[in-house]
Structure formats: structure tokens, C-alpha cells
Design a protein around this ligand. Structure first.
Ligand SMILES: Cc1cc2nc3c(=O)[nH]c(=O)nc-3n(C[C@H](O)[C@H](O)[C@H](O)COP(=O)(O)O)c2cc1C
Length: 422
């Protein structure tokens, strides 16, 4: 992902020691930026480079950026006398593995320790944050899936990988390493611990939010998408976290940093988004700000559809996607107390939203004009109408951050007035 949005109002600080293990992948160059980002936030950063990592970045560059000695060899006797691998593993508050290669994940999952990086990872009693980066086929391979499941069960934290273009030409999918800023934020959150959640009107509440577009695959390289940037949904997640809530953000593919203090589940398709939302429930409040594709291609091709001279233009057959808002808003024991949908409309904004609220059994609909003239999709401002059973309130144009804060404030007040608990 490029163009990470740095609009968050709180930049978490890291005032502790981080050991950064850089694995041998193309994304290693991004880890040099990560050193900078961590130090900017006040962390002391020690770096271990695997042998393969040294093919991509040099110890000199890592040393210059960290202002510390860089470690590369398990059998460096000086190191063992002064600061052996056990001390490296323990004299830190957090270990970050970035890029976490398929190879490193496999070794970690099976407890191997045949080089400095893996020996440190096996010897540590500190939290470990892994930022995987690899070709999408390597990431989706059953062996890697198994290793990740094992590592999650072992308590390893993960950030990413994200969806996007690969270094290899024409390759795209899930496998890009999270951006340095995203990793630094996740690190700050881990170092801050759960007690760092601020007290506020939503303390003790769980809020599930969807954000961004969905991508519906046509073939391995093409998809149907929409212009949603995720800025509004991510702003709501940040505002809910700042109000003290435990927040689960289910995000489609966006180029935004994860909001601080928020658990982010990254998905691509509408079906994946529905599954992630259902897994995240129960919740006190659900806010569906994602622009979910209404349709998907019935059968997406396993191989890239080739353009051959003289052959017919392919016809795409579409099927309706599941309606996430409606399936969560319908009555049932797992229905959140307050279900809020978004209606992106290009005409008759309020009447369409009123109809949608009733048809989908939502409590509130936030209706916004997304016609090209409005500059809402991708922009920083939003003009919304809050449609409830009681009526319609039109809010003045304001930043998406302000819309988010106001919506969260009103949702918190509603919850307090209705005294509901899940
Ligand atoms: C040009 C090139 C790029 C590579 N990129 C990746 C990558 O992004 N992710 C990955 O898991 N492996 C990648 N590999 C393979 C790893 O470098 C290889 O598995 C190596 O043994 C990893 O060692 P390490 O995990 O100890 O760092 C790449 C290899 C080459 C030659």
C-alpha cells in the first residue's frame, strides 16, 4: 500500500526497547523506514539481520539508522561474551519481525533455532509482532496458513499482510508487508498494553465497524471495486477507541494506517466482510460504513482471462452479495443494541435512506451524497443526514473526523439512555 494517511490525531509513542529482526524479503527496505519511525517515537532499536536479509539491506544502513550495533551472526564470539543471543532476546520490551518471511514463519512455528534470528525468537519471553511479507501464493499456501495458525495460538501478534501490488510484475493480492507507520502503531499499542485504552463514555463497550470498499475478483489480477477510501469508517473507529470502546474494525482494501488502539481485520470481499463481522459479534454498537459491493462475479476465473485476437469480449455474470447490514440488524440474540448503516446516494439522498432504514431494520442511517460533485469519496469532508425513527437531522458540512466524533457521541448517549448491556 502506498500513500498511508497520517491523519490520526494521536501518535502513540514508544519509549521502550525494540529488537527488530529483518528477514530476507524485498520488503526489507521498508524496515529501514520502520527503524526511523520507531526512533521518532522514542524507542531504542536494535537490529538483527538474517543472512538473507543482508542480500537486500546492509548492516551499515541499519546501523546508521538505528545508531546501534547491528547483529547478524549467532557464532560471533564477541557478541556471545558481551551480549549473547539470550541477552538480545531478553533485553528488550518487544521483538518485531519485519519482513516476516515464509521461511521465518515456518521456523518460528516449528521452534527451529539455527541462526541468530530464530535462536533469539525461541529464547525470548517478550511479546513478538510479526509483519509477514511474501508472494500471495506463498501466503495462501496451506503450509503458511498452518504456520500462522500455530503462531497465533502461540501468542505471536500479527500486523498485515495487506492487499496490493507485489514486486513481481503483474502479481497482486494479499502479501504486501504492512507500512512502517502501521507497524510502528501496532508496536506502540502492544507496548502500551490493554490498560492504555482511555476511559470515556464508551468504556466497557464493544463497537464493530466496517470500512472501505470491497473487491470482488474477476480473475486473479482483476476485480470490481468502488471509490470508497475508508476515511469515514476509519475515523469512526478512531473516535470510538478514543471514547474508550473496544473496537473491532473490519476493513476492505484501503491505503490508510490502522487507527491506534483498534483491532483491525482485513478482508477483500463482501462474503469475507460478513464472516468477519459475524465472528466479531456480540457488540453493543455496529456501524456499517463500508461501501460493500452489491454484486460479485458468479465464478471468478482461476487464471488471468486472456485477451485473444478475434475472440469475443468476455461476459461477466453477476450474483447478489450478502447484505451485511440487514443480516446483522434483523432481530436475534446477537443483534447489537444499536445498528447504524450508511447510505451512499447520488440522488434523493434522504428518501432513499429512510427507505433503507425500514427495509433493513437498521436503527439509524447516516446518509451521504456521494455524487461526483460532492467530493465525498476519497475527500476529507462529508455532509450527512442522520435518519432515525424519530426523524431526520441534517448536519452541516464538516470533516470526516468531526462526523465520526459526533456520531460516536450520539451513539454513546443513546446507549447510556437505554442502559443496555451485552
Ligand atoms: C529476490 C528475492 C525476493 C524474495 N522475497 C521474499 C519475500 O518477500 N518473502 C519471503 O517470504 N521470501 C522471499 N524470498 C525468499 C527468501 O529470501 C528465502 O526464503 C530466505 O531463505 C529467507 O531467509 P530468512 O527467513 O532467514 O530471512 C525472496 C528471495 C529472493 C531471491
Amino acid at each position: 500500500m502506498t500513500g498511508v494517511n497520517q491523519s490520526q490525531s494521536v501518535i502513540p509513542t514508544v519509549t521502550q526497547r525494540v529488537l527488530l529482526i529483518i528477514g530476507g524479503g524485498i520488503a526489507a527496505y521498508k524496515s529501514l523506514d520502520l527503524i526511523r519511525r520507531l526512533r521518532e517515537r522514542g524507542a531504542t532499536v536494535r537490529v538483527v539481520l538474517t543472512r538473507a536479509a543482508q542480500e537486500f539491506v546492509t548492516p551499515l544502513a541499519a546501523g546508521a539508522l538505528s545508531n546501534e550495533r547491528v547483529f547478524t551472526d549467532l557464532f560471533d564470539l564477541d557478541d556471545e561474551r558481551e551480549i549473547g543471543h539470550i541477552r538480545l532476546a531478553r533485553d528488550t520490551d518487544l521483538i518485531i519481525v519485519a519482513p516476516a518471511t515464509a521461511d521465518l514463519l515456518a521456523k518460528m512455528a516449528t521452534g527451529q533455532a539455527n541462526d541468530l534470528a530464530t535462536a533469539v525468537l525461541l529464547a525470548t519471553d517478550k511479546p513478538v509482532l510479526a509483519a509477514p511479507a511474501m508472494n500471495p501464493r506463498m501466503w495462501s499456501h496451506p503450509a503458511t496458513r498452518r504456520n500462522v495458525r500455530q503462531l497465533e495460538a502461540d501468542g505471536i501478534h500479527f500486523i498485515g499482510p495487506n492487499v496490493g501490488e507485489m514486486a513481481e510484475r503483474g502479481e497482486a493480492g494479499v502479501g504486501r508487508m504492512a507500512e512502517a507507520l502501521e507497524i510502528a502503531q501496532a508496536a506502540a499499542h502492544l507496548l502500551g498494553g490493554p490498560q492504555s485504552a482511555p476511559a470515556g463514555p464508551l468504556s466497557g463497550r464493544h463497537v464493530v465497524i466496517t470500512s472501505g470498499p470491497t473487491h470482488e475478483p474477476i480473475d486473479p489480477v482483476r476485480y470490481i471495486a468502488n471509490r470508497s477510501s475508508g476515511k469515514q469508517g476509519h475515523a469512526i473507529a478512531a473516535a470510538a477507541a478514543a471514547a474508550g470502546a473496544r473496537v473491532t474494525l473490519v476493513s476492505g482494501p484501503v491505503t490508510l494506517a490502522d487507527p491506534p488502539g483498534v483491532a483491525v481485520i482485513k478482508v477483500e470481499t463482501a462474503a469475507e466482510m460478513l464472516a468477519a463481522v459475524q465472528t466479531a459479534l456480540p457488540a453493543d454498537i455496529a456501524i456499517f460504513a463500508a461501501a460493500v459491493a452489491d454484486w460479485r462475479v458468479t465464478t471468478s476465473a482461476n487464471q488471468k482471462i486472456k485477451k485473444t485476437k478475434g475472440s469475443d469480449v468476455p461476459t461477466l455474470t453477476l450474483a447478489e452479495n450478502p447484505d451485511i447490514l440487514m443480516s446483522v440488524a434483523k432481530r436475534g440474540p446477537r443483534r447489537p443494541a444499536l445498528v447504524i448503516g450508511f447510505a451512499a446516494e447520488t440522488e434523493a439522498v434522504v428518501p432513499h435512506a429512510q427507505k433503507k432504514r425500514k427495509e433493513k431494520s437498521a436503527d439509524w442511517i447516516v446518509a451521504n451524497d456521494v455524487s461526483p460533485a460532492s467530493d465525498t469519496f476519497g475527500g476529507d469532508w462529508n455532509t450527512v443526514h442522520l435518519v432515525t425513527a424519530e426523524g431526520v437531522t441534517s448536519w452541516p458540512p464538516q470533516s470526516k473526523d468531526d462526523v465520526a466524533r459526533r456520531l460516536v457521541e450520539q451513539a454513546g448517549a443513546w446507549l447510556a439512555a437505554h442502559q443496555t448491556e451485552i
